[in-house]
Design a protein around this ligand. Structure first.
Ligand code: NAP
Length: 491
């Protein structure tokens, strides 16, 4: 469907829950509405799961667990590979759907299909590479066997900002490892997950292996699932406060968790940086997804000798942006997800300006239909400004000067988050020092984008626990078993 219209596409998106291989309405008939943030219009009404539906979804995942775990890894991998291939055929539909329900410009939505799809291919290959160890114990009296086993039924909770990639980044390694899942996408952007699970059904995924519950009552539906002793794993991507709450709930049953939480990424530009590359990296790190990314650069920490020039150049670039609905040609800044996001970005800018920052461009909401905020640059942000401590999640580039390397490190690490950092320098030794000195799970060294299915994505400090993608990603869904046997030659 290369030339599918929005109306045709939306008709093909399921509007029900997917439980045990069947599309079903919510048991109590409840529904929720999904909006286009660029127009404010309702684009689809879908089922809203209640507690009974959550229980049914978990029952299905539990029932399917043993046979899925016993399915040969090659077969599991081939299903994922077919899903990857079919997603390539449907890349136009997936991209358009994300733009309609989430607002990101279409060109970026294609980028997310490429990135999100890659987890299917990567883990289709990893499925057959789960290995163990066999060896003699140090005393020579026995043999040690270390083997890997699927954790068991998993509950996956995803955010609204990357509707496809956050789902595939969890579902693909879980299935590759031999785990069944219940997935709960965000209420703001559930359609992409529904459309993706329909694709999984088409490529032959057995009933019960993946179950989807969309809901407007996340807490009420999730609490009993998390408390159920049959659940073996919770993987969450979202904000740190919700993650903290879920960790507390998981403590009761000592549930294994993976947590991909918020960020407050520093973007450090040293005086010896290639300024063209730094500006290029800054635009990518800040304005991708209209700044609504956990990896978005939040604090631009720029050496005082080049701060003015850097600010001038990024402002020039920002003034060239075209704001509009993501489906329109040439648009590179779409809407924010809702009114609350606009109000938050605006409050952070106003607070910074009140505390002495200079507004170079933008700085206010755009009146009219949809939830748009002007792409904004502020410089001279002073210590104590809220924007240095909170995730902006909007198109606001905030610059703070530093005096030397120690100062840059101190400012960069002055946050409870530690997801990703960006560093621009042409001094190799300095770059290596920054790898060691910055408290971060990931780093872009002279690059403004780090995400890759082949890389371990994740943070330190309050940015989370565990890694997604890379060689590490599948281990989040495996448990290690150690067996000791006697020396077979000991008689
Ligand atoms: P959020 O409010 O924490 O929501 C994330 C998910 O959790 C949604 O599906 C939400 O459902 C659900 N949820 C909320 N309260 C819940 C509860 N009590 N029990 C169970 N589920 C609950 O985050 P968001 O606003 O969607 O996403 C933005 C945040 O995600 C940012 O902080 C961003 O940095 C972070 N993020 C992190 C990564 C990463 O890899 N580290 C990637 C992307 C985003 P509802 O939609 O129904 O509220």
């Amino acid at each position: 469907m290369t030339h599918v219209t929005e109306a045709e596409l939306l008709q093909h998106v399921p509007n029900e829950l997917f439980i045990n291989g069947e599309w079903v309405p919510a048991a109590d008939g409840a529904t929720l509405t999904v909006h286009d943030p660029a127009t404010g219009k309702v684009i689809k009404t879908i089922a809203s799961a209640g507690v009974a539906d959550g229980a049914a979804a978990l029952d299905a995942a539990v029932d399917a667990q043993a046979s899925w775990a016993a399915t040969p890894p090659r077969v599991r991998g081939e299903i994922l590979r077919r899903a990857f291939d079919l997603m390539q055929e449907r890349k136009h539909e997936f991209a358009l759907l994300m733009t309609i329900e989430m607002g990101k410009p279409l060109s970026e939505a294609y980028g997310e299909v490429a990135y999100g799809g890659e987890f299917l291919r990567w883990f289709s290959e990893e499925a057959v590479r789960v290995t163990g160890r066999y060896g003699t114990n140090p005393e020579g009296t026995g043999r040690m066997i270390v083997s890997q086993h699927p954790v068991g039924p998993c509950f996956l909770i995803t955010p609204w900002n990357f509707p496809l990639a956050m789902a595939t980044r969890k579902i693909a390694p879980a299935l590759a490892a031999g785990c069944t899942v219940v997935i709960k996408p965000a209420a703001l952007t559930p359609l992409t997950t529904l459309y993706f699970v329909k694709l999984l059904e088409e490529v032959g995924l057995p009933a019960g292996v993946v179950n989807v519950i969309t809901t407007s009552t996340s807490g009420a539906v999730s609490d009993p699932i998390i408390a159920d002793p049959r659940l073996r794993k919770l993987s969450f991507t979202g904000s740190t406060p919700v993650g903290q709450k879920l960790i507390q709930q998981s403590a009761q049953g000592v549930l294994r968790t993976s947590m991909e939480l918020g960020g407050n990424a520093p973007f450090v530009v040293f005086e010896d940086a290639d300024l063209d590359k730094a500006v290029e990296g800054a635009i990518a790190a800040k304005f991708r997804n209209v700044g609504q990314a956990c990896t978005a650069a939040n604090r631009f920490i720029v050496h005082e000798s080049i701060a003015e020039e850097f600010a001038r150049r990024v402002t020039e670039r920002v003034n060239d942006f075209t704001v509009g609905r993501g489906t329109e040609a040439g648009v590179n800044i779409g809407p924010l997800i809702n009114e609350a996001a606009v109000a938050k970005a605006d409050a952070l800018v106003q607070d910074a300006v009140d505390r002495g920052a200079t507004l170079l461009t933008g700085g206010s909401a755009i009146d009219g239909i949809g939830t748009f905020y002007q792409p904004t640059v502020i410089s001279g942000v002073t210590p104590g400004s809220n924007i240095l401590h909170e995730e902006i999640f909007g198109p606001v580039l905030a610059i703070t000067p530093f005096v030397d390397e120690d100062d840059a490190v101190r400012i960069a690490n002055d946050t409870e988050y530690g997801l990703v950092s960006y560093v621009f320098t042409q001094d190799l030794a300095r770059g290596q020092r920054m790898i060691e000195r910055l408290q971060t799970g990931m780093m872009g060294l002279n690059l403004g984008v780090v995400s890759n299915a082949a890389a371990p994505f994740g943070g330190v400090k309050q940015s989370g626990l565990g890694r997604e993608g890379g060689l590490e990603g599948i281990h989040e869904y495996l448990s290690t078993k150690y067996t000791l046997t006697p020396d077979p030659f000991a008689g």
